[in-house]
Unconditional design. Structure first.
Length: 477
C-alpha cells in the first residue's frame, strides 16, 4: 500500500523572518507507521523545501499513485491548504483515502467534515496509533467503525468514534523520520536564529502542558495532560540529528519546557555527548519557571541552550489573570535578567487585543516592553483558536467578526476589543513593532552587540523590513 504524506505549498509566517522548518508532525507519523504497519511504500512530499507549487504537487501525486494521502493543519491558518491538498488527491482518484489531522481538525471535526467533503477521515488527538490502525484496516478492506480516535464520512453520514487513550511512554516512539527527507535536510534553516547555513531539526521533548491559558489550544488537545520523554531520550535524539543529518540548531518543540530536575538531567545527558560546543538549541519556557529554577541555567547554557522564548504576554496583572497565566509582570522582569545574566538570548512574546484592551493599555504594554528590553520581541494579536476557552467565550458573546481560517495567524485581528476596532488593533500591532525596533538606540546596540545572536537578529530585521510589512497589513484593511 502506497502512503503519501504531504506538506502543502504555503507562505511562511513573515514576522519570524525567512525560515523553512521540517514537517515534523508528518515525519513523526511516517516513522511510526513505517515501524508498525507491514508492506507500506511511504513518501513524504515537502512542497516548501522542494519548491513545488500546486500544479506540480498534483503531478507528484499522480506520479506516486498513492492509496492514502495524509495532510495536517497543526496551525488553524493552514486549514484550507490541507483541505486543498486532499481535494487535489480526490480529483486524481476519487477512491484514494484522504486523511487529515492536527489540533484544528481535532477541535472542528464535525464542521470540517461538513465543510470539506474531500476529507474521508480525521485523526483526532494523538495520531500515531490511530493512523497505524487505520492503515491496517485499509489494507484489509475492513470497516473503520471500531477505530478509536477518528471521525469519518460513512454513507453520507458523519461518525465520531470514541477517543483513543494516549501513548503511555513517549520514549517508545521511533525517532522522527528525517530519513524520508534526507535529500532536503540541508535546506531546513532558520535565518534569524541560526543563519542560512545552519541546518536545523525539530525535536519533541514532551506533549501537552499542565497549565490552562485561555488562548492556548494545547490544554484541550492533550486533555490537560503533560507527558515527557526522558532526558536521555531527548539527548539521544539530539545526537541522532546531529550525527546523521548535520543538525547544528535544534528547536525543542515543547510547549512548556518545565525546568525542575528534568532540566538538570537533560543538561547532564547532553554533556555526555561531546557535541554541545557545536550545538545551539532553543526552547520556550514560562517566566516563573525560569525564576524558580535559575540554578539550572548555567548547566543548560553549557549544554548548548542559547535561546529561550518567554511567554510574557502582558504588562497588566488583570489581563494575565484573565488569560489564567498565573504569572506576574515582575516574573517577566526577573526572567529576562536571569537569562541575559547567563548569556542566554531572551525572546519575549507579547499579546495585544484582549477584550479590555484600549489604545492606552497597549501603549502601556509598549512602554513595558521597552523597559523590559529583551533581546528579541514578538508581538501578536489575541486569536480565538478553536478548542480554546477563548474561542468558546468569543463565539458565545459574538465577538468574532472574521471566520476566514487563513487569517487565524496571530497577525490579523479577527475580533475587536470593547474600545478598538479590528483595524485599530492592526494599527496598534504596527505601533508595537515600530516602538520596539524603531528605536535608534536599540538598533545601534543590537547591530553592534557583542552577542552574535542579537547582532544577527537586528541586521536581519533591518534587511527584511518587517515593520513596513506590518504597516502595509493594517493599511490594507
Amino acid at each position: 500500500m502506497r502512503v503519501l504524506f504531504v506538506e502543502p505549498p504555503k507562505d511562511i509566517w513573515f514576522v519570524m523572518g525567512e525560515y523553512l522548518p521540517p514537517p515534523f508532525g508528518l515525519l513523526q507519523l511516517a516513522a511510526y507507521v513505517e515501524r508498525e504497519v507491514n508492506d507500506l511504500d511511504i513518501k513524504v512530499l515537502d512542497c516548501n523545501a522542494q519548491k513545488i507549487d500546486w500544479k506540480n504537487m498534483e503531478t507528484e501525486i499522480v506520479k506516486f499513485k498513492p492509496d492514502v494521502v495524509a495532510s495536517s493543519a497543526l496551525a488553524t491558518c493552514n486549514t484550507y491548504l490541507a483541505a486543498r491538498t486532499l481535494e487535489t488527491a480526490k480529483k486524481w482518484n476519487p477512491s484514494v483515502l484522504t486523511v487529515a489531522g492536527g489540533q484544528h481538525f481535532t477541535s472542528t471535526a464535525q464542521k470540517s467534515l461538513e465543510a470539506f467533503p474531500e476529507i474521508d477521515v480525521i485523526v483526532r488527538g494523538e495520531g500515531e496509533q490511530t493512523l497505524a490502525e487505520l492503515l491496517n484496516k485499509k489494507s484489509t478492506n475492513s470497516p473503520y467503525n471500531r477505530i478509536n480516535g477518528i471521525s469519518f464520512q460513512h454513507n453520507a453520514e458523519i461518525r465520531h468514534n470514541p477517543p483513543r487513550p494516549f501513548i503511555k511512554n513517549l520514549d517508545d516512539l521511533p525517532y522522527p523520520g528525517y530519513h524520508f527527507v534526507k535529500d532536503l535536510v540541508h535546506k531546513y534553516h532558520f535565518s534569524a536564529m541560526a543563519g542560512m547555513n545552519a541546518p536545523y531539526a525539530l525535536i519533541e521533548g514532551s506533549r501537552g502542558c499542565p497549565h490552562r491559558c485561555t488562548y492556548c489550544s494545547q490544554w484541550s488537545h492533550w486533555m490537560g495532560t503533560w507527558r515527557k520523554k526522558s532526558p536521555k531520550r531527548v539527548a539521544d535524539e539530539m545526537e541522532y540529528c546531529y550525527d546523521n543529518y548535520g543538525s547544528r540548531f535544534i528547536w525543542l518543540t515543547d510547549d512548556n519546557f518545565g525546568f525542575g530536575n528534568r532540566a538538570h538531567e537533560l543538561a547532564n545527558e547532553i554533556a555526555k555527548k561531546d557535541f554541545s560546543d557545536n550545538l545551539m538549541w532553543f526552547t520556550q519556557a514560562r517566566c516563573d519557571d525560569v525564576v524558580k529554577h535559575e540554578d539550572a541555567l548555567p548547566k543548560l547554557r553549557k549544554s548548548g541552550l542559547q535561546w529561550v522564548l518567554l511567554g510574557v504576554e502582558s504588562a497588566s496583572p488583570s489581563t494575565l489573570e484573565t488569560f489564567k497565566k498565573n504569572i506576574s509582570p515582575d516574573d517577566a522582569k526577573k526572567a529576562v535578567k536571569i537569562l541575559q545574566k547567563n548569556d542566554i538570548f531572551a525572546q519575549a512574546m507579547f499579546i495585544i487585543g484582549e477584550r479590555a484592551d484600549s489604545a492606552k493599555s497597549i501603549k502601556e504594554l509598549r512602554n513595558f516592553a521597552n523597559k523590559l528590553d529583551p533581546d528579541f520581541a514578538i508581538f501578536a494579536i489575541l486569536t480565538p483558536f478553536p478548542g480554546t476557552d477563548l474561542y468558546g467565550k468569543a463565539r458565545e458573546e459574538n465577538w468574532i467578526e472574521d471566520f476566514n481560517w487563513a487569517n487565524y495567524d496571530m497577525v490579523h485581528a479577527v475580533m475587536p476589543t470593547e474600545k478598538l476596532t479590528r483595524k485599530e488593533i492592526q494599527e496598534e500591532l504596527y505601533k508595537c513593532y515600530r516602538s520596539f525596533y524603531g528605536s535608534w538606540r536599540r538598533r545601534f546596540h543590537g547591530i553592534f552587540s557583542r552577542n552574535k545572536l542579537k547582532r544577527r537578529i537586528y541586521w536581519y530585521m533591518l534587511r527584511r523590513g518587517i515593520i513596513n510589512q506590518l504597516k502595509n497589513l493594517f493599511q490594507s484593511m
